[in-house]
Design a protein around this ligand. Structure first.
Ligand SMILES: [Zn+2]
Length: 162
């Protein structure tokens, strides 16, 4: 089963934010956990992807070096536990899940644990590395590199629309 933050943390977003462990981590790192109704709906959502059977998203801030966090399947927001999303006013950053996520999860569930990965840059549902052409560098990129490539392509897209 593809796991999301509800499964991994056994908590809803509000329970997670209020938990003693998270409050302690936040205090130690000097970040503020925003209430769940403080969402940055005015900024571009970041893509959710699956890494080893878990839905996660990655902080797009360069100084966070790809810090990834579990995300809730039914509540599409992300909080980076390194920067506290300060770049978007310390609010929860929106996450975009694929429209066909049920289909993706069903396929992912059939794969061995190491192959339970999916990223929006993959063609179709995506597939294990062996499905790619040998001259395509994509299969040799880590999921973090793919995510960066995806975000860079998105930025280039945005720039060309300006
Ligand atoms: Zn961050």
């Amino acid at each position: 089963m593809t796991r999301d933050a509800t499964v991994v943390t056994r908590r809803t977003p509000a329970q997670w934010a209020a938990s003693e462990h998270i409050q302690r981590v936040a205090e130690m790192r000097g970040i503020h956990i925003p209430p769940v109704d403080e969402t940055a709906d005015d900024v571009e959502p970041i893509p959710a992807f699956i890494n080893r059977g878990k839905w996660i998203a990655m902080c797009p801030e360069p100084m966070c070096f790809g810090q990834a966090e579990d995300v809730w399947r039914d509540w599409a927001y992300f909080l980076c536990m390194l920067c506290g999303n300060t770049a978007v006013g310390n609010r929860w950053r929106p996450v975009v899940f694929p429209a066909n996520m049920d289909e993706i999860e069903a396929e992912i569930d059939l794969r061995p644990a190491d192959d339970q990965n999916w990223h929006p840059t993959e063609p179709g549902l995506g597939g294990p590395t062996v499905y790619y052409a040998s001259d395509d560098p994509t299969p040799f990129m880590t999921i973090e590199q793919r995510n960066r490539a995806f975000l860079a392509a998105q930025e280039a897209d945005d720039a060309s629309q300006d």
